[in-house]
Design a protein around this ligand. Structure first.
Ligand code: PEP
Ligand code: MG
Length: 750
């Protein structure tokens, strides 16, 4: 007889599973017991549990019905067979005739050839695969929807149990979760090596009791936690802080408010509780389902909302398990941030306290990456699954040169890593000895090396690195790191401090380069289909002249009686440069009239970041006091390859012959107009590219300070004539890239 709403007992299967969970037995015995309970309950011939051995491999860990000899022997890749398909699609596979399914892979040692029907259910924790639960039977039948539904709950409880270490075995090694050394290969995004301890961006807690036998009580707990959650969000929403807060924070809090009040969400959580889950496990199961569905969405907006769902779900779970105090979040010593992804503003908030950053997503060209570079901390991106594996405080080594990350490293690995860090330190000290020597090639070509900066704490690097000046000062970093538009007086003081710190060396202040992925916290977001091609940089500045004028005034006042160098970002045509320059002239005139001390000298330049500007009229090259090539954007537009999309970005290098030809053309046009030219994109800091840019005729390169030593060392060992010969030979020979020839030369010189 169906019981009344709110009075239901957990389904008998889940109750039996819970009983198995609470028994004081070995992990292997518990797994074996589970397969028996499930097979009996569903009256199937086979029940098997495959657990994730590592990110790519599944291992048969228990079975009722298949050959027991295959347990812990049968392994398969997550790309293989129906079991792999369950992992890949994050959803059940239910078929009456498994061998006829595409991708079916028969594993002879298991003896499974006699079974026709197959139902595989993903075991997922917060959207990350932990394994697959499989039932099979001889007769050809599709499993009923009820069976599928019940097993989804069983799998959800198993995922929680796995997190709690319930499958840790003494005899047949099933390691405790989050205890094994793990090695991840990601993409190197900022060089350097760091050793420290994990700081999870999104703190996690374990759910101690995934099954509950009193749904009514769990519902009450859920409602209490919900009101606490809503109370917290409402407090934020109505606090005076929010009216002052930045637009992005407001959006996030509003998104939280929406979720916290979503009837649909609440009903789904209640439905999970009805089935026998504890309130916290109910939240995690829903989080897992949503994550799996939304992560596949082609809509970036939807995918971005996942972070909001994660944040609010995690918060609710923390309230439910009583770990909701901010003070529970400990910052470990030598923190290395581990996150799915992070925006430039959040990264700036962590600031210099971090020793390294490891992201599951991210891109080498993104501004978060550029911030990591400004902070000079090693960064590795595209590290699959690390936030599921890492626990706060776990030891971790990050190699920003190779993209390798070692989580909980074994002593031998840790020792090798310490050796590498010592070697890097020795290399750095060797480079430091070159500090006061010029970057002159063996055949007498001198390159002027400058540094890129944007944050005040970077300025001491001017002295340490021996940079001749700041070739690019990204002024937006200052705007990104505050919650409101900085005041003109504050800014003027800031620019004065920067000029003071440079002690007479040139600082090229780039006016605000915002838009695209650099959204100021207090700026209204424009929904644009292609933000990198949209309302950004100088386009936005010319549309919001007041902001631009305020910044230029601050620069003029900051420079008072000293040299001022200003450059405008993303100039695509001559008229844009003229408009920007005339605004500068107007502001300068105003300052003169107001009696402010003017700069002793002024240079106004443009950043060449779109191919169109390379074809601008001669007049443009004559009117600009200098030009700086922004190679990051120029490459993106030249190759039509999004600098933030790792898939396409990697394909096109600066050593591509077509790109170098464009550079050569820009060099020639500047030479004819007698206009100083520099290159300030990230490629300038790569030794092999720097030497080719120099061979194309560039005499000034601006790069992250940490790269200066290595670049200078190469230049001092190089022969420019040989580089030119190699490039000419590659062009003559019809080669697409000069990279192979340059790499060969580099080997000779190192
Ligand atoms: C560039 O595009 O190369 C550049 C230096 O500017 P940013 O990376 O800040 O866009
Ligand atoms: Mg740029």
């Amino acid at each position: 007889m169906p019981s009344e709403k709110g009075m239901k007992k957990p389904q008998p299967l889940l109750a039996r599973i819970s009983e198995a969970l609470n028994r004081d037995i070995d992990g292997q015995a518990r797994l074996d017991l589970l397969t028996t309970i499930i097979a009996d309950s569903l009256e199937t011939d086979v029940c098997s549990i495959y657990l994730q051995r590592d990110a790519d491999t599944l291992e048969l860990c228990a079975t009722r019905g298949l050959n027991p000899q295959a347990v812990h022997k049968t392994r398969l890749l997550t790309s293989q067979g129906l079991v792999g398909r369950v992992v890949k699609q994050g959803a059940p596979v239910n078929t009456a005739n498994a061998p006829s399914e595409p991708g079916f892979r028969y594993m002879p040692e298991t003896g499974e050839e006699i079974y026709r029907s197959f139902l595989g259910i993903p075991i997922q924790h917060r959207g990350y695969s932990r394994g697959v639960l499989v039932v099979q039977s001889k007769i050809q039948r599709k499993f009923a929807d009820d069976d599928v539904e019940n097993l989804k709950f069983v799998a959800s409880v198993m995922a929680e149990m796995a997190e709690l270490g319930a499958f840790v075995g003494k005899e047949r090694a099933l390691a405790p979760p989050h205890s094994q050394p793990m090695r991840f290969q990601g993409t190197a995004a900022q060089e350097g090596a760091a050793s420290g301890n994990v700081l999870l961006h999104e703190a996690r807690v374990l759910v101690p009791n995934p099954v509950a036998d009193n749904p009514e009580k769990e519902r009450e707990r859920l409602h209490e936690a919900m009101s606490k959650l809503k109370g917290g969000v409402a407090e934020l929403l109505h606090s005076p802080i929010l009216s002052r807060a930045d637009g992005e924070s407001r959006d996030v809090i509003q998104a939280y408010w929406m979720f916290a009040n979503s009837q649909g969400w609440l009903s789904r959580l209640e439905a999970n509780i009805e089935k026998g889950l504890s309130a916290a496990a109910a939240v995690e199961m829903e989080q897992s389902e949503v994550r799996t569905k939304m992560a596949k969405s082609p809509d970036k907006y939807l995918r971005d909302r996942l972070d909001d769902i994660d944040a609010i779900s995690n918060r609710l779970v923390r309230i439910l398990v009583g770990k909701d105090n901010a003070s529970d979040r400990e910052i470990p010593e030598n923190p290395i941030l581990v996150a799915r992804n992070i925006g430039p503003v959040e990264l700036l908030e962590y600031g210099r306290s971090l020793k390294g950053v490891v992201l599951e997503e991210g891109s080498v060209g993104s501004h978060a990456t550029i911030i990591a570079r400004s902070l000079a901390i090693p960064l590795v991106i595209n590290v699959s699954n690390i936030s599921a594996e890492a626990l706060s405080g776990d030891p971790i080594n990050v190699d920003g040169d190779t993209g390798l990350v070692h989580l909980r490293p074994e002593e031998t690995v840790a020792r090798a890593f310490r050796d590498k860090m010592a070697m890097l330190a020795r290399e750095q000290s060797k480079f430091r000895r070159l500090r006061d020597f010029p970057a002159t090639t063996r055949d007498g070509v001198t390159i002027s090396l400058h540094m890129n900066a944007g944050l005040m704490p970077q300025l001491p690097s001017l002295e340490i690195s021996g940079a001749e000046g700041v070739g690019l000062f990204r002024t937006e970093l200052q705007f990104l790191s505050t919650n409101r538009v900085p005041k003109r007086t504050q800014l003027a003081k800031h620019y004065a401090t920067v000029i003071d710190a440079a002690k007479g060396k040139r600082v090229a202040f780039r006016t605000l380069d915002i838009g695209s992925d650099k959204i100021l916290p207090y700026m209204k977001r424009h929904d644009e289909p292609n933000p990198a091609l949209g309302w950004r940089a100088i386009r936005l500045a010319l549309g919001r002249k007041l902001m631009m004028k305020m910044q230029l005034q601050a620069m003029i006042r900051g420079a008072s009686n000293r040299n001022l160098t200003v450059m405008f970002p993303l100039i695509a045509e001559m008229d844009e440069f003229r408009m920007a320059k005339s605004i500068f002239d107007e502001v300068l005139e105003g300052e003169r009239e107001r009696g402010h001390e003017l700069p002793a000298s002024i240079e106004i330049g443009a950043m060449l970041e779109t191919p169109s500007l390379a074809f601008a009229p001669d007049k443009f090259f004559e009117e600009a006091d200098f030009i700086s090539i922004g190679g990051n954007d120029l490459k993106q537009f030249f190759f039509a390859a999004d600098r933030e999309n790792e898939k396409v970005r990697k394909r096109y290098g600066a050593l591509n012959v077509s790109f170098l030809s464009l550079i050569r053309q820009i060099v020639e046009r500047c030479r004819s107009a007698n206009t100083p030219l520099s290159f300030c994109g990230e490629d300038a800091g790569l030794p092999e590219t720097s030497i080719c840019l120099a061979a194309m005729g560039l005499r000034t390169l601006s790069m992250r300070p940490a790269a200066i030593g290595r670049v200078k060392n190469l230049i001092r060992n190089a022969e420019m004539a040989k580089v030119r010969q190699a490039i000419d030979a590659a062009i003559e020979n019809g080669e697409g890239s000069v990279q192979p020839r340059i790499e060969k030369l580099l080997k000779e010189w190192y």
